[in-house]
Write a protein that binds this ligand. Structure first.
Ligand code: ZN
Ligand code: ZN
Length: 318
């Protein structure tokens, strides 16, 4: 079967189809999204070697749970040991012995067939298309913010960064927040936010918005985002960090102390709220779809995904 491997370089490989051993379900890939994390892996940041990909929708081909066979599923990407303090609280994403699909010690979704534990799988409602379902994983990461912080509907919230994650966060927060601002620099993405009724601000105007937000979600993917977020947040406000850029950030920690700012790191989220939003047609992430390529053209797909300003690039099987 075709697979997209990273091993010092990105390449297309022909790998054996995974066998059903009884432990994990075997899933036939329908579609898989390329995420910034995949791009960072290809730059050598995560130290991962193997099949890439963690955002997918597929059909279960083999499973211990026979009722799953033939069903369309998406899958949570973290698989824990099952018995540590985190796994017992259903926080497998923090298990010290976890594997992570296409990121840590587990081959990912950019292949014709993949495997995941049955407990990671979620059925996709019939009303949700493949193009929507492929966004469940990053949409869940956006929903995670609302699992971590309670935002009153009339509090002012800024999302910093109009990339894929920033736009998904904007779509999710727009459900409940009345004073939502997206700060970004790509005209067509800002237009998309305006169509959703969200205020947009170009980075040149950030100065004027000093200390005016109760919550700032940093999703810019750039080291400057950290300082911008601290500039925007009100005293006693909260900064939610979503970017996973690698490298050092120079910042002065004193304002965090003086202004008593709360800083929260935020990564993966539960799939249920994301699937609910899609089922209820509350968000339309498929608008972020830029282009689809067959798995066999993965190198071209990555080439496009690396270009600045490009939204979601999807690989499809078959
Ligand atoms: Zn991702
Ligand atoms: Zn564990």
């Amino acid at each position: 079967m075709k697979a997209v491997l990273f091993d010092a370089e990105l390449k297309l490989a022909n790998l054996p189809k995974p066998c059903f051993t009884g432990n994990e379900s075997v899933i036939r890939l329908l579609k898989a999204g390329i995420c910034n994390t995949d791009l960072e892996i290809t730059r050598g940041y995560f130290g991962f070697k193997g099949v890439l990909g963690h955002e997918f929708v597929g059909v279960v081909e083999a499973s211990k749970n026979t009722s799953l066979i033939g069903q369309r599923v998406v899958g949570e990407i973290n698989s824990g040991c099952g018995h540590c303090e985190y796994c017992r609280k259903n926080l497998q994403r923090h298990c010290p012995d976890r594997t992570v699909l296409g990121i840590l010690n587990r081959d990912g979704a950019f292949r014709e067939y993949l495997t995941l534990p049955e407990s990671n799988l979620h059925l996709v409602p019939d009303s949700v298309t493949d193009d929507e379902a492929v966004f469940v994983e990053p949409l869940a990461a956006a929903c995670e913010i609302l699992d971590q912080v309670e935002i009153e509907p009339d509090q002012r919230v800024a999302v910093l960064g109009d990339g894929k994650l920033g736009l998904l966060v904007t779509m999710v927060l727009n459900q409940s927040i009345r004073q939502l601002y997206l700060i970004g620099k790509h005209p067509e993405k800002m237009e998309l936010a305006r169509e959703l009724g969200v205020e947009t601000v170009e980075p040149g105007f950030i100065q004027k918005l000093s200390r005016s937000f109760d919550f700032v979600v940093e999703a810019s993917g750039s080291p400057q985002g950290w300082n911008q977020a601290l500039h925007l947040v009100k005293p006693r406000g909260t900064v939610v960090l979503k970017s996973t850029f690698h490298g050092q950030v120079a910042f002065n920690p004193a304002p965090i102390v003086v202004d008593e700012v709360t800083v929260i790191g935020s990564r993966c989220g539960r799939f249920e709220p994301a699937l609910q939003l899609l089922r209820d047609k509350k968000v339309d992430p498929a608008r972020l779809l830029q282009h689809s390529f067959p798995l066999g053209q993965a190198l071209e797909a990555f080439e496009l995904a690396r270009q600045s300003g490009v939204l979601k690039v999807v690989l499809q099987s078959g």
